[in-house]
Design a protein around this ligand. Structure first.
Ligand code: PGA
Length: 271
């Protein structure tokens, strides 16, 4: 079975005390809940990564960085390197979020360098991609997806591809309250998986987790996660409130069969 992953991207929200409170609420919930293998990830801002990592060590919550520098080290004021992130214990980084593309002018060349740096420093990558409203209106979403994906995936080898998750986040759905329909998400996810299969092979493509992002909420999560090629979600707004975050996790759990139904052998004497 493919990995199932729910990520909360906090963006530039939560000060230290608010971060502590949210992490404590999530830990209280996950401690007692059978997550059926669903991976729960949070992406706080840089200053709180070390604290977040330490306070979630050996729990069911994992910590992710929101970005990294393309540079290894040196005179790059304000930048944070992959090695610095890795040294906090954090093992995953988001790269290519549409807000980085839009507000910081990040494009294919830079994103490719960031991915290289992440992989060289043993960080797993959640690579974000997705079309703008104008592109969707022009029916250019598949063309955009192919370019955003292939620009960065083409140079990778199969082993490196195992370290990548893809998050499809249509820009028109991010923070707007407008979500892609389950059909639109599935259609794009299937297309992305096919592109990966064409570039690598079907086995590699079958293993890559494909996450949906864009106004994901407890109310729409169940329908989205029921799609065969939607393996998880990346959420912004809903991740800022424990009850909403938990609501999305709960929606996802309804779609994950229990171990018995998955065909795992039960222990003797158990049904
Ligand atoms: P949103 O953000 O859930 O607030 O739409 C998603 C994202 O940017 O990852």
């Amino acid at each position: 079975m493919r990995r199932k992953i729910v990520v909360g991207n906090w963006k530039m929200n939560k000060n230290y005390w608010q971060a502590v409170e949210l992490i404590e609420s999530l830990l209280a919930y996950t401690e007692t809940r059978d997550l059926k293998g669903l991976e729960v990830l949070i992406a706080p801002a840089y200053p709180f990564l070390h604290y977040a990592y330490q306070s979630t060590k050996d729990t069911k919550v994992q910590v992710v960085a929101q970005d990294i520098s393309a540079y290894e080290s040196g005179a790059y004021t304000g930048e944070v390197s992959a090695d610095m992130i890795r040294s906090t214990g954090v093992q995953t980084v988001i790269i290519g979020h549409s807000e980085r593309r839009k507000y910081h002018g990040e494009g294919a060349q830079l994103l490719g360098e960031k991915i290289d740096s992440a992989l060289a420093n043993h960080l797993e990558v959640i690579y974000c991609m997705g079309e703008t409203l104008a592109a969707r209106r022009a029916k250019a979403q598949f063309e955009v997806a192919k370019k955003q994906l292939m620009d960065v995936l083409r140079p990778l080898n199969r082993d490196q591809m195992q370290q990548i998750c893809i998050a499809y986040e249509p820009v028109w759905a991010i923070g707007t309250g407008e979500t892609a329909t389950a059909e639109q998400a599935q259609e794009m996810h299937r297309y992305i998986r096919q592109l990966i299969a064409d570039r690598f092979d079907p086995e590699t493509a079958a293993r890559v987790p494909l996450l949906y992002g864009g106004s994901l909420r407890p109310e729409n999560a169940a329908l989205l996660c029921a799609q065969p090629d939607v393996d998880g979600g990346l959420m912004g707004g809903a991740a800022l409130r424990a009850e909403q975050f938990i609501g999305v996790i709960e929606a996802w759990l309804t779609q994950i069969p229990s171990p018995a139904k998955r065909g795992c052998r039960s222990s003797p004497g158990m049904d």
